[in-house]
Design a protein around this ligand. Sequence first.
Ligand SMILES: Nc1ncnc2c1ncn2[C@@H]1O[C@H](COP(=O)(O)OP(=O)(O)OP(=O)(O)O)[C@@H](O)[C@H]1O
Length: 264
Amino acid sequence: MPALSLEHVSKIYSPAPRSLRERLSGKPAHPGFQAVQDVSLAVEHGEFFGLLGPNGAGKTTLISMMAGLARASSGRIRICGYDVVDDFRAARRSLGVVPQEIVYDPFFTVRETLRIQSGYFGLKRNDDWIDEILANLGLSDKADANMRALSGGMKRRVLVAQALVHRPPVIILDEPTAGVDVDLRRMLWTFISRLNAEGHTILLTTHYLEEAEALCGRIAMLKNGRIAALDTTQALMARVGGADLEDVFVRIMHTEAVGEEFTA
Ligand SMILES: Nc1ncnc2c1ncn2[C@@H]1O[C@H](COP(=O)(O)OP(=O)(O)OP(=O)(O)O)[C@@H](O)[C@H]1O
């Protein structure tokens, strides 16, 4: 059973409610926006998998559906075999998500934030692991600082820490290095690579393609909500050509022929 499995997943966002004037005009209702279309893929346990695509390709929408924050319009998503709808709690417990947007409660310290997050998963005595996460993310000296007193990069570190408190087998990072300094990038990738070597499955979205090239064994590229390419990083580079993954990405995004031609 794969760590992550998506079968024919689609998402159509409902249209904004029509104004009275639109309703009276008798015009047909807007059909909604198709953000993800028929995406199928499986990520095996222990993989470091990259999900790439330009702005608006559907990456965050896919991640929101995996995390149970948005519901697929059709198709099926399973985390470690647990259906994200029918088996939500088990699926959620198997997953740690580092969201793209920085959200935090300004009334708590870093340690309190991580203890509360642990509580959501029924973990009462989790301080040893919390201390280890804080040390690995360079946050030990901020443990008792209030969240609102942290810089943007430090708040992002706390988001990473929050995703890891319950030692989830599958870790999803949605653009975790956007706007963070080189020290945190290095620290973060050392820690995440260690967790990956210990068996955690990693799914990463990033616009820093050199990071994806260095870290990801396999990559899916999304274009307009569909899979445009899916293969090992090496095979994609060999097949498409170009100096690096950025070249491959640009070529695939600018070609009409996508899908099977670039899919293993
Ligand atoms: N709640 C929503 N309602 C309607 N449309 C949405 C909603 N959320 C996202 N979209 C649209 O769905 C498409 C995919 O958005 P999504 O955020 O998944 O892209 P992304 O690949 O994560 O982009 P980025 O790299 O900019 O983060 C975009 O066109 C976006 O405007």
